[in-house]
Design a protein. Structure first.
Lengths: 277, 273
């Protein structure tokens, strides 16, 4: 039938295929290796620079000194990562859950969105460093204010994106559902929710890294444990190697968190042209 | 051939006299939209009867309300005045009985569903197809020439293939009335010709009444038993031209003097629209 033209377009040519695949592999390895090589080169330059210009360790430590701290103080660093990780992940879950629920309510009731969205935008304009002390006053000195800050920081991008994802549906898809006499619930579950997933995941990827920032900023104010507290302590005692090592631990955690969300995105969005890549 | 899949359907020849009862009956239908810049009359005083089992093509310049007319019949839009009767009742009743299938201009597939899942969508929502009317989705995919593509996602398909999926989807609940809104408008001419022939065989075998919007004179003449010419601003009926071509119709027929004179006639009417 008519589609044989499209289906028959592929012919077997093993040599050409092998050359193509080899070239593809080479490009892939180049993309993976180049950043690693660049990174190592920069580290070496930094190390050499510190030695040649005799930079004082409290101003800028050599990478080797930072690495040494990472090794010798590893248990202590992990002890401080744990509370920060708990705060960031709890805040991430809480903030996004709230945002998704509220976006759902907005999608069902336009007037709710009109009532609350401007307020949400206003609260969002307050900088995190200004919100943090208020929340510490409100919620005390434990983990709660840090979780609240992490949650707040995740909340807005997800609310905005999710609301857009639930709304920006192809009008013909909605007309189709109308012609099929679909119930509002069916329209929501089978069209709007699915349509919002790519929007949601791009928000979640932002939230994964900002949640960690939120937890760390929260720890700057009257906290004794956590990555944030360690940053403050190391700064005040001019212990630059420890400060850098702490930052490395924080970034690695943040990057891992981001990686997990990206992996989930690829897993759940196999259908989208972007997710299939 | 894939069409053998539909052999069990009531075979039907185009030359059989049609039942007198109208599948679509519009009487003095007007549609107006009010915007900040004023009120636009999309359709004015439309009177139209489409016989059951008929194939009507709607042709006219852009802005003549072709798509609007289709949406009134599908109960997507309400007429501002006048009455629309679809399959013996109000459009809403026909819609909720699942008697209407709609094929959209851009296929309107759900990108998160595979080809097969897209075709079965009408069976899942709105209470599914009425008893005994659900068709085998795989058989329909074979009919539109997409066997073997069941598990593909829409973004892996070409425009023509996507439109075939949407035709299979529209047919899965055996609608009595098929509304098609410029379904092949975005396709290349070769694919379009092929799909035109396939659509005619589907129509001949299923006995479905079809309303087909197009802006191609050739397509309108080739497909329709009647061509409804609409004039723009406000959208109104210019002329209803019967098409007297032998059946079955094949693309080669477009070279015949009969076809050429029909196209000339349609073009001359369109010039005054």
């Amino acid at each position: 039938m008519a589609n044989t033209a499209t289906m028959g377009a592929f012919v077997d040519d093993n040599d050409a295929q092998a050359i193509y695949l080899a070239a593809k592999r080479r490009l892939l390895w180049r993309r993976r290796l180049l950043p690693v090589v660049t990174f190592l080169t920069l580290l070496v330059m930094w190390e050499v620079g510190v030695k040649i210009f005799d930079v004082k360790p409290y101003i800028a430590p050599a990478p080797s000194a930072v690495f040494q701290v990472l090794v010798t103080k590893f248990p202590m660093l992990m002890q401080n990562l744990l509370p920060t990780a708990i705060e960031a992940i709890s805040g991430f879950l809480l903030g996004n859950l709230a945002a998704i629920s509220i976006a759902t309510a907005f999608a069902y009731k336009q007037s709710l969105e009109e009532a609350f969205f401007p307020i949400a935008v206003m609260v969002n304009t307050i900088p995190v460093v200004a919100k943090a002390p208020i929340l510490v006053l409100l919620l005390g000195n434990g983990m709660e204010p840090k979780i609240a800050i992490a949650a707040l920081i995740c909340f807005f991008p997800t609310l905005v994106n999710m609301t857009r994802g639930l709304r920006d549906v192809n009008p013909q898809q909605l007309e189709l559902m109308h012609v099929l006499s679909a119930s509002p619930r069916e329209v929501f579950v089978k069209v709007r929710l699915k349509n919002s997933l790519p929007y949601l995941f791009s928000a979640l990827k932002i939230a994964a890294s900002t949640a960690v920032i939120g937890a760390i900023v929260g720890e700057w104010i009257g906290s004794t444990v956590g990555i944030g507290a360690l940053i403050i302590q190391a700064t005040y005692s001019f212990d630059s190697p420890l400060l850098y090592a702490t930052i490395v631990v924080g970034s690695v955690f943040s990057a891992t968190f981001f990686g997990v969300i990206s992996w989930m995105e690829r897993y759940f969005l196999t259908w989208s042209a972007a997710g299939a890549r | 051939m894939a069409l053998a899949a539909l052999e069990r359907d009531r075979p039907r020849s185009v030359v059989t006299p049609l039942k007198t009862e109208a599948a679509v009956d519009l009487s003095q239908v007007c549609v107006r939209f009010t915007t900040e810049r004023g009120t636009i009359t999309a359709l004015e005083g439309i009177d139209l009867k489409v016989p059951t089992g008929g194939f009507l093509t709607l042709l006219g310049p852009s802005g003549c309300g072709k798509s609007t007319l289709l949406r009134v019949v599908a109960d997507i839009l309400q007429p501002s005045s006048g009455t629309a009767t679809v399959l013996g009742g109000p459009p809403a009743a026909a819609r909720s009985r699942r008697d209407i299938g709609f094929v959209f201009q851009d296929a309107a597939l759900l990108p998160w569903r595979t080809v097969l899942e897209n075709v079965t969508l009408p069976l899942e929502v709105g209470g599914g197809a009425p008893k005994g009317r659900a068709r085998d989705p795989r058989e329909l995919l074979e009919l539109v020439g997409l066997s073997g593509w069941e598990k593909a996602f829409p973004h892996e398909l070409s425009g023509g293939m996507r439109q075939r999926v949407s035709i299979a989807r529209a047919l899965v609940s055996s609608p009595k009335l098929l509304l098609m809104d410029e379904p092949f408008g975005a396709l290349d001419e070769i694919t379009r010709d092929r799909l035109n022939e396939e659509l005619l065989s589907v129509w001949e075998r299923t006995g479905t009444t079809i309303l087909f919007v197009t802006h191609s004179i050739y397509e309108a003449a080739f497909l329709g038993q009647q061509v409804l010419l609409l004039a723009a601003r406000p959208g109104r009926v210019q002329e209803l031209v019967p098409v007297d071509l032998p059946s079955p119709r094949r693309i080669a027929m477009r070279e015949t003097p009969q076809f050429v004179s029909l196209v000339t006639r349609l073009r001359s009417v369109l010039e005054i629209c």
